[in-house]
Design a protein around this ligand. Structure first.
Ligand SMILES: C[S@@+](CC[C@H](N)C(=O)[O-])C[C@H]1O[C@@H](n2cnc3c(N)ncnc32)[C@H](O)[C@@H]1O
Length: 253
């Protein structure tokens, strides 16, 4: 496979990565219980209460957005995948919740000063080059009302660099498997993921690349995007240390 190793994810790469296969293995990777727990962390870090208006950028198949709506938030979910949004809408109907799902690109948002909170969850930030990644932050800031909060959940670069590369992980559902092979590009700070899907006897390969920013880089980018204060947390909202598997960044407009 001739991928653009070390480069941003192209739109066609994003589309083939976030496809029906992504939904198919979803519960095998994030069990319903794990998703419920993640929603608890988001509610806490974004101080969401009944009726808070919240925007999920890159909401996928609604795994988090629909659960937040069940907790009483007024949720808008934006994604560039029509396939995933269709699943999100079907799941919302099954759960009996109303979520506003919007097909769009997080680099250009239609809202101004509207939401109490916004978030990018589960490694949804960093797919583009620096200029476009920073554009996502500026668009998120513009979509929030004054005092609004933004939450970003991405891997902790320090912790992920401790592993011996390539790192492999396998998810299984019935007789089907999804193999992920991670590599790090130390020259660009990007993590490059090659995904091999073996499903119904057919093999498909996709690729994703995302930049792994450190906390001080987030602070610089978020301040320049219009946020006033920026905080760091580890997974589950605990203290952020070099051992934390995740870096959860909360910024206040
Ligand atoms: C790793 S998934 C996370 C999904 C969801 N946040 C969750 O936790 O289950 C990232 C999502 O971002 C979406 N995405 C990628 N690029 C995007 C863009 N430019 N604009 C909007 N959504 C995008 C993908 O389609 C995918 O659904």
């Amino acid at each position: 496979m001739n991928y653009n190793i070390g480069k941003k994810s192209s739109l066609s790469e994003l589309d083939s990565y976030f496809s029906e296969d992504y939904v198919y293995f979803g519960d095998a990777v994030n069990s319903p219980k794990a998703s419920d727990q993640q929603v608890g962390v988001i509610l806490k870090l974004l101080s969401l209460t009944q009726g808070s208006s919240v925007l999920e950028l890159g909401c996928g198949y609604g795994r988090i957005s629909n659960r937040l709506a069940e907790k009483g938030a007024r949720v808008t979910g934006l994604d560039r995948s029509a396939i995933l949004l269709k699943k999100a809408e079907a799941d919302a109907a099954e759960r009996g919740v109303v979520v506003e799902y919007v097909l769009g690109d997080m680099r250009s948002l239609p809202w101004r000063d509207r939401f109490d909170a916004a978030f990018l969850w589960y490694t949804t930030f960093g797919y583009f080059d620096d200029a476009d990644n920073e554009r996502v932050l500026r668009e998120a800031a513009s979509s929030l009302r004054k005092g609004g909060r933004l939450l970003i959940d991405n891997p902790n670069r320090f912790e992920s660099l401790r592993h011996e590369f390539p790192v492999c992980s396998v998810a299984q559902r019935n007789d089907d498997v999804r193999i992920d092979i991670y590599n790090n590009d130390v020259l660009t700070d990007r993590e490059n993921l090659e995904r091999i899907i073996v499903r119904d006897g057919l093999v498909r390969r996709t690729h994703l690349s995302y930049k792994q920013y450190g906390f001080s880089e987030y602070v610089r980018m978020l301040r320049s995007a219009g946020f006033e204060t920026v905080e760091a947390y580890g997974e589950e909202g605990g203290a952020f240390t070099s051992d934390s598997a995740r870096l959860l960044v909360v910024a206040y407009k």
